[in-house]
Design a protein around this ligand. Structure first.
Ligand SMILES: *Cc1c(COP(=O)(O)O)cnc(C)c1O
Length: 402
């Protein structure tokens, strides 16, 4: 691919970024400026077809009118009242989410990690109050639950294990879909089991129906709290509003993030009323139920439901899988997998980073969660034409890196 000329403005911005933005990640030499629908534009006017979707976040595409209008409307009424008071959009949004999920109570925060942090605390509260001080949470290897210290401790990434020692104690990890391993890990200290129904950051690995059914039964029998982290899978991503609908199983606690704000920082913890256990002072946050976030979330969820985007995601997912299988006949890729618009495949050569870079240079954004895996998580509004465009750009990039 040709090396693109950077404008002086972009060069200045990148120099300033190097000087003043704390380094946390290797970022490409470009600056994003504008987004609309399926596309992003950088400060040099290059257009990118976005199959990362703001990291499985921008479910309605970039800068959709419903979010812009909801934010403007709410901002002109009330920006912030304080977490000490109820506000109207907070109550309305809690009612909407509990109605849709079949869970009874909602707590709001700004990021997925905070919602999971809340779930972890609620699990320990449950253990303290009802299970004779049980405090241990069983999570799965290869899982991802966030970047706060407790959620990093809950996360089952092998290469995170030595980081930031000492970790928060009280987490055990067992392989996904291995019920015997899970059963062996459960003991009198176990207060909760926590998992993603599709491991997203782990490379798109699905929990099996039989396994999830056994988990639910085990938790019911032993009084253990069952937590589904639906931060990546929730709000239509997998072809249902919540991935647990594929299984016909309700957790005790569900966490939501990413797509729920459509790009606005927002997360939620939903709980069955029997787990409404926090006492004053146990849980909170300055921005819990923040009116702008509530208005954005309400508008996003309403739009996702109104436009039947989960069904659309399912259809587009089937179409995308078909196109990826075709690609797999021509190129060294295998194991096309996923659900709805959360899909991945393996690269035989393990050259994920260079494929991502080559695609980006030709105007396509994709993600490689590990060197041998490519993950696709476009906005839920994606069409067949845009999937075709993605496949075209992807095959050109595969040719280029041959
Ligand atoms: C992204 C993600 C998180 C963390 O969310 P943040 O908003 O980055 O804190 C937690 N769990 C899962 C499954 C995720 O995909």
């Amino acid at each position: 691919m040709q090396e693109k000329e950077k404008s002086p403005i972009t060069q200045h911005l990148l120099t300033d970024a190097g000087h003043s933005v704390l380094f946390t990640a290797k970022r490409p030499e470009l600056v994003m400026e504008r987004g609309e629908g399926m596309y992003l534009w950088d400060t040099d006017g290059n257009r990118y077809l976005d199959f990362v979707g703001g990291w499985a976040v921008t479910c309605l595409g970039h800068s959709p009118a419903v979010i812009r209008e909801a934010l403007a409307r709410q901002a002109s009424t009330l920006v912030n009242a304080s977490p000490a008071y109820f506000n109207k959009p907070m109550i309305e949004f809690a009612k909407q989410l509990t109605g849709l999920s079949g869970l009874d109570k909602a707590f709001f925060a700004s990021s997925g990690a905070e919602a999971n942090e809340g779930a972890i605390k609620l699990a320990r509260k449950h253990g303290a109050v009802r299970l004779d001080g049980a405090y241990e949470i069983i999570a799965t290897t290869n899982s991802f639950h966030g970047r706060t210290l407790a959620t990093m401790s809950a996360t089952g990434k092998a290469h995170w294990r030595p980081l930031f020692a000492p970790k928060v104690p009280g987490f055990k990890h067992v392989p996904l879909n291995d019920f015997d391993a899970l059963l062996a890990a459960v003991d009198r200290n176990t207060c909760a089991i926590m998992l993603e129904l599709v491991q997203g950051e782990g490379g798109v690995h699905l929990a099996e129906a039989d396994y999830v059914a056994k988990l639910r039964k085990l938790c019911d029998e032993r009084g253990i709290m069952l937590i589904f982290d639906e931060i990546q899978t929730g709000i239509g991503r997998t072809g249902k509003l919540f991935a647990c609908e594929h299984y016909g199983i309700k957790p005790d606690v569900m966490t939501l993030g990413k797509g729920i704000g459509g790009g606005f920082p927002l997360s939620a913890l939903l709980a069955a009323s029997s787990f409404d256990l926090f006492e004053p002072g146990d849980q909170g946050g300055t921005y819990s139920g923040q009116p702008l976030a509530m208005a954005a979330g309400q508008a996003v969820v309403e739009e996702v439901v109104r436009r039947r985007l989960p069904e659309h995601a399912e259809c587009m997912g089937v179409y995308m899988t078909g196109r990826l299988y075709e690609l797999a006949r021509q190129y060294p890729i295998r194991q096309v997998r996923g659900q709805g618009l959360l899909q991945a495949f393996e690269l035989e050569r393990g050259d994920g980073a260079s494929l991502v870079e080559t695609c980006r240079e030709s105007g396509l954004l994709i993600n490689s969660p590990n060197p041998s895996t490519i993950r696709l998580m476009p906005p839920l509004i994606v069409t067949e034409a845009e999937i075709d465009e993605m496949i075209g750009l992807l095959s050109k990039a595969m040719d280029a890196i041959e």
